[in-house]
Design a binder for this molecule. Structure first.
Ligand code: PMP
Ligand code: GLN
Length: 384
């Protein structure tokens, strides 16, 4: 039998997996893939165990356990002022990844065009393609990564089905401001174009800046899927639980795909998260917690030849290495991992046409000693 024609001929192993594997092979400090190297709250683990012992071990309702959806609704209302009905407008998902996938599954038909911004999170373009959609990337470039909305307007056609935004942004570490959301509202008003807003780093915004949610703009709320992740909220990336918000009619379509995609999400974890949402301090303190780590990294980088770019949010920062090497980013990251024991991600990996700007992405969601050891190694790097 001949092998099937690949639906994703250009997709290989993700850069995150590749770099984490290379880091492990070389015993390097892994600042590549985005995950904390510290543990979550012990109370959260106790709560999961409690709910397992209490017999919450069978299928959850398809949309998520009711108490969790209610508490998510209350959190969203408290932090954004937006009102979502837990019954019909909130669905618990297996991480943000499944929420993104299912939102796209429910909307995209063959030939539909989807506008996204390069550099983009690696899941977007392949998911668009799996459903026959055509990614229309708009490149935003260092050092500002400002979106040219005029260009977006020019790219929009009757086939534009969806625009994907991600703020705070992985990997640029930039945050969209009010003017960006207004432009997006203006461009989509009155048409059939939907919005997918990936807000997984909603609480990781620095220097007093505010995260704005698509949910806060009436013109966007009526056409947006808003995606969030408990992985980022509570340092539990391995638990893979997130959620999606959308207006009733959109959510009805989302759930049709969701019920055949995962049907429902881990039951005891959902109950534990519902209990844990009673302490908003856990996520409201995230910006200060990660800002201290960012600042430690920035102070350290000041003694190296790397030049950091502005970092407004997320637990990533970009650094320019042109004072060290003129190698392309993939080669530089391999060299950094193999020769200097620090793994990072080439920013080119997030661009459709692999734009090389001499930038690496560093994840600073790490313990202080991990960051200090990495900084020592980065300081030791001279020119090549
Ligand atoms: N979107 C962005 C921008 C991310 O950075 C990530 C994970 N790092 C995800 C989505 C996926 O989140 P999850 O692990 O909850 O699937
Ligand atoms: N989102 C994480 C990152 O940006 C990686 C998640 C994954 O490996 N798929 O590093």
């Amino acid at each position: 039998m001949t092998p099937p024609t690949s639906k994703l001929p250009h997709v290989g192993t993700s850069i995150f997996t590749q770099m984490s594997q290379l880091a492990a092979q070389h015993g390097a400090i892994n600042l590549s893939q985005g995950f904390p190297d510290f543990d979550c709250s012990p109370r959260l683990i106790e709560l999961v165990a409690h709910h397992m012992r209490a017999g919450h071990n069978q299928y959850a309702p398809m949309a998520g356990v009711a108490v969790l959806r209610e508490r998510i609704g209350a959190k969203v209302a408290a932090t954004t002022g937006a009102d979502y009905d837990p019954e019909s407008e909130i669905t618990v998902t297996a991480g943000a990844t499944q929420a993104l996938f299912t939102a796209m599954a429910s909307l995209i038909r063959p030939g539909d065009e989807v506008i996204l911004f390069d550099p983009a999170y690696d899941a977007y373009a392949p998911t668009i393609q799996l459903f026959g959609g055509i990614p229309k990337p708009v490149a935003v470039l260092a050092p500002d990564f400002t979106i040219n909305w005029q260009l977006v307007g020019q790219l929009m056609t009757s086939k534009t089905r969806l625009i994907i935004i991600n703020s705070p942004n992985n990997p640029t570490a930039r945050v969209l401001d009010d003017a960006d959301y207004r432009e997006l509202s203006r461009l989509t008003a009155g048409g059939d174009c939907y919005v997918l807003s990936d807000e997984v780093y909603e609480h990781v915004v620095f220097d007093g800046k505010t995260h704005r949610s698509a949910a806060q703009y009436p013109g966007l709320r009526e056409r947006a899927f808003v995606v969030a992740s408990f992985g980022k909220l509570y340092h539990i990336t391995g638990w893979k639980v997130g959620y999606c918000l959308a207006p009733r009619e959109l959510m009805a379509e989302f759930r049709k795909a969701h019920q055949f995609n995962v049907f429902s999400v881990n039951t005891p974890i959902q109950y534990a998260l519902a209990d844990f949402l009673d302490t908003p301090a856990e996520y409201l303190g995230l910006h200060a917690f990660f800002q201290a780590k960012r600042d430690l990294m920035l102070r350290g980088l000041a003694s190296t030849r790397f030049v950091p770019l502005p970092c407004e949010g997320t637990y990533f920062l970009l650094a320019d290495y042109s004072a060290i090497s003129d190698q392309p980013e993939h080669a530089f990251c391999r060299w950094l991992t193999q020769q200097h024991g620090v793994a990072a991600i080439p920013v080119a990996a997030f661009y459709t046409n692999r734009v090389n700007q001499g930038l690496i992405r560093i994840c600073f969601a790490k313990r202080q000693e991990t960051l200090e050891r990495a900084i020592e190694r980065l300081i030791a790097i001279k020119m090549v």
